[in-house]
Write a new protein. Sequence first.
Length: 494
Amino acid sequence: MSKDLLLKARDFEARYGPFISEEQRPAFHLTPTIGWMNDPNGFSFYKGEYHLFYQYNPYSTEWGPMYWGHVRTKDLLHWERLPAAMAPDQEYDKDGCFSGSATELPDGRQMLVYTGVRRCLSPEGRTEETQTQCIAFGDGTNYVKYAANPVLTAKDLPEGGSGVDFRDPKVWRDTDGVYRLVVGNRTRDGSGAVLLYESADGEHWSLRGPVDASRNQYGLMWECPDFFPLDGKQILFVSPQDMSPIGLEFHAGNCTMCLIGRYDRESNTFEREGVQAIDYGIDFYAPQTLLAPDGRRIMIGWMQNWNTVSSKPRDCRWFGQMSLPRELSIRDGRLIQAPVRELESCRRNKVIYQDVLVNSETNLHGIQGRMIDMTVTVRPAGRGDYSCFRLNVARDGEFVTTIRYKPDTSILKIDRTHSGSNSDVVHTRSLLVRPRNGEIKLRVIMDRFSIEVFVNDGEQAASAAIYTRQEADAISFDAMGTVLIDVEKYDLEV
Ligand code: FRU
């Protein structure tokens, strides 16, 4: 295999990445140096900074042979670009260095754990894929693949497991000093499962057993698992493929799922107590978390969905962005997400309105923009009823993205049908929210090419990419019936 692949990619990104101007990208959401990006990988804290790697094809804005792109940051908002970390340059990963994670070794090296993909032709002329788990060691910039890779292969699977769908290891060093990783797989019935492996040194791994499985209830292959304690509970994240819709909780296709439960490490038993979506918007997949030195559990996701990737601007030089990093917690047995608090120091030009009566299309002086942090609280006006409230953003005479709320059903809907996309993909998503004393609170973060909505102090999050031209920066409010709204809005300067 060519050892030059990584050098070529590094040369390519250094040469052509700078052709993309800052204004052509989001200001604080990560985009690839150039080309295509999907899942976050190796989200970790190392040598005093956060590191983030990502699934990367520098040569095209389409998915292709997977490299690992690499950035680091001190504040989770300003990303410093580093050279690509890995290329598919070995026999065992020649068809892709798929998703994985990172941890620090006691000797100060960083260890990357990832899935090596290899395709070959069967005697019957069929292309067969094998997925194995591999490791690499490095110093935060350069990584060397382990000479004895792969470290986990089909022979390490439980009976009935799949050597074809065996991917996305999430590693951590546990409180007892043992390295553990969870990885996606399938059970004999063909549906998704998460397996747990253990290692004393990070190099030699053995199967501990399954953690949980879909049993054909929540989609087929379970991609990108993560497994961590949070506020006295144990959380299992997975990104199921081929999900069948379940009410408004899960839509068809690629979903994200949070299983909340209890875990006994001794017996490796995970007991589910609750199941919910992680993000209820249009574009979110494959999230990964880290434990920050200050104790925060921080998550970042790919703010895109496989089912909508054909909706992209013509002639774009980058495609795919990460979500805002979000602080996680548990409240009333549910997952709570809040934009990282670092964002607050980027707020400028505060504009505040209180008790504004809205019963027709309303513009408020100072409320516009495409890089904003805005909280809108909506309540019925006095005894008056209302049947619908609308918040319109990224708006001009032609385009608009709408967040609509109907109190009779408690359904919030994000609608980007008129955001400028000409692709026939899903453009709306509805979610069931929980009003408090008849009130709902929407925190909206926009960053040129996206909108993330946090409902009722992070009880639900909903994300969508929007590629509307930047001149469309008007914001308006509208109601059928009468509502009172409070608005607190900041420009974001990152
Ligand atoms: C999830 C995923 C992973 C895989 C990677 C390949 O989005 O399909 O399962 O490792 O993307 O790029």
